[in-house]
Design a protein around this ligand. Sequence first.
Ligand code: ZN
Length: 254
Amino acid sequence: MLRTYYRSLKFLSRSVIRAFGKFPRECPLCGYRGKFLGYGYPYVCDIYCPKCGSLERHRLLALADREQHFFLGKDVLHFAPEDAVRKLVLADHPKSYVTADLFAPNVDRKENIEALTIEDAAFDVVICLHVLEHVNDKAAIAELYRVVRPGGVLIAMFPIVEGWEETYEDSSKSSANDRLLYFGQHDHARFFGRDARVRLAMPGFVVEEYTAVEPHVSRYGLMRGEKVFICRRPPSGEMSSANVEQKLKAILQK
Ligand SMILES: [Zn+2]
């Protein structure tokens, strides 16, 4: 048994060394070139840009934006705003930029994402990264659909277990310790499975995906296979229920 502890400690010491990076990376947000740092709890090595503080998900969004130019000339709402993404949006010259959060200071609007005080169809783009795993996602997604204009887009990211067909959630797991054990963080309410696409599509969004693939993963320090979910509200407004059903079937068959 002592031997296994010794082995485990050996890996721990290697991880400490790797915490300061091994390979040079490139940050598409700030242009930094060099090693990334470790971040988070549980600690993940080699993911944190020392210049702008971007993480894997922020860099993936920046790469998606390079191709799709989400924000240029648009009215943008940003939930739980991260500095790195805030800079990305502002550099793209949006028409307007509004930040929102229920708890964070220094935001433009104090908003509960499950019951927004924002009028219908107020924004072209809504950004919502790593929020939906904390809240009642069905209520939140319906609200986000309501405030996105027809032809507009919700950009969503969250932890997802692609090996699971269905999202795992259990309201009886409510203590901080239970949530850490079952959902990976003390304030998470679920681990999404592949059905996250259906949950996003429920109010009428058409869901597209931008995936972290090579050679971008190695070059920019991304999480392999991570997804940006690009949820488009159809330009004609509400989809017919038959149309929604058809879209859901297509998503489920993927
Ligand atoms: Zn950076």
